[in-house]
Design a protein around this ligand. Structure first.
Ligand code: ZN
Length: 498
């Protein structure tokens, strides 16, 4: 589906996003829902002792947050004319989308109660053990970093296609397609596209962490965090749950900010609209993510470990249009100008250290496709010849790319050329993330060299990157959750089986 062009590979998560809340004044029920506390929201309504159509719409909102679309729809039916209000119409459409996504879905709750998942495609249950591990780690890192205590279960809905993702969250489908959105944090849950729906997978566990950061920040600030803060924090948090890789964030956000600055493409951070997912192109979304991430890091580092969490807490109680001014004495505009000046200054000193990624020669994707087909048929020798036909200039532009590394590694493995294989696995690291098979090959070589612990980590990374790639997750002698995932990956490849 989504074409992975070189520029975007390093930012494959720039698609995950939080939608801004609807254009209406948030009420007290919304504040409890932002804190992921549906019981608190219900108590507010009960204590007020009121009834009537308006209250029914509010209870329908709580039902949507709880993942009870049928309850929400019957409340909206009972609310009569009030269901025709902007709120009512929005809720009805979300409830229908959620009903479509979850009717007949397989539901699982983990033993510790931390995670509740609805899998629209039953085969995705094979992902549950990894999903549960990720959520535990994500709750820990987002909680520590944002000063939030997760108390209610994390609710995840995994859907089979982007249309369903859009319908169940309220994001216009066209926007989801344009920016290639993979996941949305809204309505008290994470709705994510199943990796089975993508060609080549995506770092889905980083995406989960990104979305949980949105939910935690929404809770801490009672949904008063501006979009730049939401996206900057979530993007920054994506890799905090795991070891960093050399190809994370390549190119670095500052490089993209400088490039956009030079081309006049930089958007002011407070003019990003209701969601990054609704920006006009994938490139403008990537630039927005890069600037938000860089600005948040600048601000957090300048404010330090005491004033940063104080600022986040201040957002919850404040109705000011410039909470930064209130909390730090400097206006948002002043902060933004200081940040940009600092990026420009740093840019001068790094000068050409991070050259912008060249366009790929048109011949390369074609040769890569042929090479991949040959590797799939175990013709490693012929694949190498095909890849060697790419001209020198074109090869230089992609030879540090993860996809190129992976294909070469597979071909060398088929040719039993361990020296060349090890050079690709343990020598110079690729500049962008490799596919799942690269990690699986490295795991096998780790274990061959007696390093079982590195091998185990690499197997996990293969699943994190490409859970439905048989060459990434299947290996003889595996049992338990790994064998189940391999079965699911092989089933997905069978013709006629979705
Ligand atoms: Zn996001």
């Amino acid at each position: 589906m989504r074409k992975r062009r070189n520029l975007q590979v390093g930012a494959s998560l720039f698609l995950a996003t939080a939608l801004g809340h609807a254009q209406r004044a948030p009420g007290i029920v919304d504040e409890w829902l932002a804190r992921l506390d549906t019981q608190g929201a219900e108590r507010v309504i009960r204590d007020a002792g009121k009834s009537g159509p308006r209250i029914m719409v509010q209870i329908a909102r709580i039902a949507v947050h709880r993942g009870q679309p049928k309850v929400a729809l019957s409340l909206l039916d009972a609310a009569g004319a009030e269901a025709g209000s902007e709120d009512g119409r929005e809720l009805r459409s979300i409830a229908f989308g959620l009903l479509h996504a979850t009717e007949g879905a397989v539901e699982r709750t983990t033993d510790d109660g931390a995670l509740r998942v609805q899998f629209q495609h039953g085969g995705d249950v094979a992902l549950l053990p990894w999903l549960a591990d990720t959520v535990v780690a994500a709750r820990r890192v987002t909680g520590e970093s944002l000063g939030y205590t997760w108390s209610s279960p994390t609710y995840v809905v995994l859907v089979r296609d982007q249309q369903t993702l859009a319908e169940a969250t309220g994001l216009p489908y066209e926007s989801a397609r344009t920016t290639g959105t993979l996941a949305i944090a809204k309505w008290g849950r994470v709705t994510m596209l199943s990796p089975r729906a993508t060609e080549g997978g995506f770092p889905w566990r980083d995406t989960i962490v990104h979305e949980l950061a949105h939910l935690a920040l929404t809770a801490v600030t009672s949904d008063h965090a501006p979009l730049w803060l939401q996206e900057g924090v979530a993007k920054d948090m994506e890799t905090h749950w795991r070891e960093r890789e050399p190809f994370d964030e390549q190119p670095p956000p500052e490089a993209l900010v400088l490039e956009a600055d030079a081309k006049g493409e930089l958007l002011p951070l407070d003019k990003l609209g209701p969601s990054v997912a609704m920006l006009p192109s994938a490139r403008s979304a990537a630039i927005a993510f890069a600037s938000a991430t860089s600005f948040v890091r600048y601000l957090r580092s300048d404010l330090g470990p005491q004033r940063w969490p104080a600022y986040l807490r201040a957002l919850a109680g404040s109705r000011s249009s410039d909470v930064l001014l209130e909390a730090t004495g400097k206006s948002f505009g002043t902060w933004q100008a200081a940040w940009l000046a600092s990026v420009r200054r740093e840019g001068k000193t790094m000068s050409n250290a991070t050259p912008s990624v060249p366009e790929i020669d048109r011949d390369v994707p074609r040769r890569m496709r042929i090479g991949r087909l040959l590797v799939e048929r175990a013709h490693g020798e012929a694949a190498m010849k095909e890849l060697a036909r790419v001209g020198d200039v074109a090869r230089r532009s992609v030879e540090r790319e993860g996809g190129w590394f992976t294909l070469h590694a597979l071909a060398h493995d088929q040719r039993h050329d361990d020296v060349a294989l090890d050079a690709l696995l343990f020598g110079a690291a690729p500049a962008t993330d490799p596919r799942g098979a690269w990690y699986r090959l490295r795991a096998r070589r780790d274990e061959g060299r007696g390093d079982g612990s590195a091998g185990a980590k690499d197997r996990e990374k293969a699943v994190s990157r490409e859970p439905y790639g048989p060459e990434a997750v299947c290996e003889d002698g595996r049992t338990g959750r790994e064998a189940a995932l391999c079965d699911a990956a092989r089933q997905r490849m069978q013709p006629g089986v979705e």
